[in-house]
Design a protein around this ligand. Structure first.
Ligand code: ATP
Length: 325
């Protein structure tokens, strides 16, 4: 049975004067999905997320969060979502614990229950040991964890994160990914925006690409990374002259040159059957090409994104493809 619909966004539009930041955005997200919201600078990610977080109102279109209309009932929606902005304001002379306590109080937590709740949030986001630090003295990574802690205070079912990993060092990124994984295992639905695709690949099961304020792709990460099932990308390296490899490759049916590498080249290969790849390698060896490396390349999210953008130069569908669990 399909999962509960958490977000249902239809034909969203938002302009700022002559700038059409969001032109026609429609998509759905189901419970438990971790969605990568991807687009270049200025594509409309923050504007869309702010609309979803009820911090701004659309010029047209509708947003339903867990069945509730976000424009007409923003308070109800706010109670069920957590918002992590790309940067947050700090206060002088406020500690980590005081900051979280303030938000817990605002959400109606009282007494010992509030203290326990804040302690749990600090433990989860690994802030316990720095709970007495003044918030304006925190490093970028600590600040992001505090921001996440704040977004989790009301135990939201939907988490909206705007560029959460921007500016984090590699260790902090890994820690952040682990937190996202745990939150997803807890059943939270998460929308994460970024223009750094490599960091989203491992975290998200679904990708939503936006370009010039329009959705240009919405589908599973797996399908996207597998790419066009009609061909696979290959890297072949040779101990001999690369020119000879290229001359041989031109004669091989289904093999298309993509780019040169240091000692060989990358190709797209139209493999129809399981054994086609083995047959190609056999041919190379039989034809005297001194192959020293022959392997299939995983598609990168960046390649998939560029490909989608190229295709989207044609007509863009007004509604997203149906969700396939
Ligand atoms: P980035 O990755 O750089 O954060 P983004 O995809 O989040 O980009 P948005 O911040 O949504 O993009 O901006 C989309 C467009 O709308 C941009 O051209 C931006 O300059 C414009 N824009 C956004 N907010 C406003 C505003 N308040 N007033 C005027 N223009 C705005």
């Amino acid at each position: 049975m399909s999962q509960e619909l958490v977000l249902d966004v239809r034909h969203l539009r938002r302009s700022f004067g002559k700038v059409h930041a969001v032109q026609d955005v429609s998509f759905t997200v189901r419970k438990g999905q971790v969605v990568g919201f991807i687009g270049a600078n200025g594509a409309g990610k923050t504007t869309t997320l702010r609309l979803l977080a009820t911090l701004d109102s659309p010029d047209a279109g509708t947003i339903e969060v867990l069945g509730c209309d976000a424009t007409n009932y923003p308070e109800k929606v706010r109670a069920r979502l957590g918002w992590m902005p790309d940067n947050y304001g700090t206060y002088d002379n406020v500690t980590v614990a005081e900051y979280l306590d303030f938000y817990a109080r605002a959400y109606g937590y009282v007494g010992a229950g509030r203290t326990r709740h804040v302690d749990e949030i600090m433990a989860f986001t690994e802030l316990t040991s720095i709970q007495d630090r003044l918030m304006h003295t925190l490093s970028k990574g600590m600040g992001q964890r505090l921001c996440l802690g704040r977004a989790l205070i009301n135990d939201p079912e939907l988490l909206l994160m705007d560029e959460p990993a921007a500016g984090l060092d590699p260790k902090a990124r890994i820690e952040f990914k682990n937190l996202v994984r745990i939150l997803s295992q807890q059943g939270k639905t998460i929308l994460i925006s970024s223009h750094i695709l490599s960091e989203l690949g491992e975290m998200c099961d679904t990708m939503l690409f936006i370009d010039k304020g329009r959705v240009v792709h919405h589908g599973s990460s797996e399908t996207l990374l597998r790419g066009d099932a009609d061909y696979l990308r290959l890297e072949i390296e040779t101990l001999g002259p690369v020119d000879r490899l290229l001359a041989w490759a031109v004669l091989q049916p289904g093999l298309t040159f993509v780019e040169s590498t240091n000692r060989g080249a990358r190709f797209d290969f139209a493999a129809k059957e399981q054994g086609d790849l083995a047959q190609l390698l056999r041919c190379a060896v039989q034809d005297g090409i001194p192959v020293c490396d022959f392997h299939r390349l995983e598609r990168r999210l960046e390649d998939a994104f560029v490909e989608v953008l190229k295709k989207s130069n044609g007509p863009v569908p007004a509604t997203p493809p149906p969700f396939k669990p």
